[in-house]
Write a protein that binds this ligand. Structure first.
Ligand code: NDP
Ligand code: 8X3
Length: 247
């Protein structure tokens, strides 16, 4: 029985991944700040799911994930999924605490966890899937901090492959476009209406689409490494450059 560690399993991609992998016969450790959500998921998924209430900004708690005893400690796949975005307001108008939370979650927590878990993943010839975003590649207004963190995740993933050469450990940067989760509700500070409006009439990707992708990546033959996967709903594409002709 294989074990996946999923950060951010209380909603969206992480929650769908927990369901997918447990249904597929894996053990899943799921983390997040919302203990009630984790408890509900544990009740739904039963013994193969271990809920751990951990804030990615709490470095000691994050690092303690590398100290779990077997079988939970025998992690085969690290899904670095927990993440969020600040509002798309201009940078000077964006609350510093929200910016700091995003950087500490999307970058610092992810690196701290990966660093501590790497020896175990090397021992088990395991796999890492990191959640980057199309925002890492395609700039948009108001995206600077979020996109910056996701560009970090993409490059971190690629460079980690260099360090891991010969180890058998696989690393993939997954770079999705618009998927309807709680992402925009969180980004807008709880504005469900704004979130509904953003996804209205455009057939966004679903958490299950992403869980299917993670499952495919996890079940590839061990000699294959998918470096990056960029995916979007058909109804999302590119806007091109902005030209300012006024000076
Ligand atoms: P959701 O908001 O639905 O889920 C985010 C998850 O991250 C939740 O489980 C949340 O748990 C967890 N999380 C956030 N901050 C922290 C923290 N400080 N400590 C612990 N857990 C945290 O978003 P998605 O499922 O859409 O997003 C998952 C990942 O995919 C993110 O990294 C996001 O940037 C990325 N992504 C999303 C896209 C989209 O369009 N939805 C597209 C591209 C990338 P809790 O709040 O309980 O702590
Ligand atoms: C989230 C996707 O396009 O809203 O990473 O930045 S997008």
């Amino acid at each position: 029985m294989k074990t996946i560690l999923i950060t951010g399993a209380t909603a969206g991609f992480g929650e769908a991944a927990a369901r997918k992998f447990v249904a597929g016969g894996w053990r899943a450790i799921g983390t997040g700040r919302r203990g009630e959500r984790l408890k509900a998921l544990q009740e739904e998924l039963g013994d193969p799911f271990l809920p751990l209430e951990i804030d990615m900004r709490d470095r000691a708690a994050v690092e303690s994930l590398a100290d779990l005893s077997p079988p939970w400690g025998d992690v085969d796949l690290l899904l670095n999924n927990a993440g969020l975005a600040p509002p798309t307001d201009p940078l000077p108008e964006t609350d510093w605490e929200r910016i700091e939370t995003v950087i500490e979650t999307n970058i610092t927590g992810l690196v701290a966890l990966t660093r501590m878990l790497l020896p175990k993943l090397v021992e088990r010839k395991g796999q890492i899937i990191n959640l980057s975003s199309v925002a890492a590649t395609y700039p948009y207004k108001g995206g600077a901090v979020y996109a910056g963190t996701k560009a970090f995740v993409r490059q971190f993933s690629l460079d980690l492959r260099c360090d891991l050469a010969g180890s058998g450990v696989r690393v993939t940067s997954v770079e999705p476009g618009m998927a309807e989760t709680e992402f925009t509700i969180v980004r807008t500070g709880g504005d469900k209406e704004a979130s509904d409006k953003l996804y209205a009439g455009m057939d966004p990707m679903t958490p299950e689409d992403l869980a299917d992708l993670f499952w495919w990546l996890a079940n590839l033959p061990p000699h294959l490494n998918i470096n990056t996967v960029e995916l979007m709903p058909v109804s999302q594409s590119f806007a091109g450059f902005t030209i300012n002709r006024e000076g």
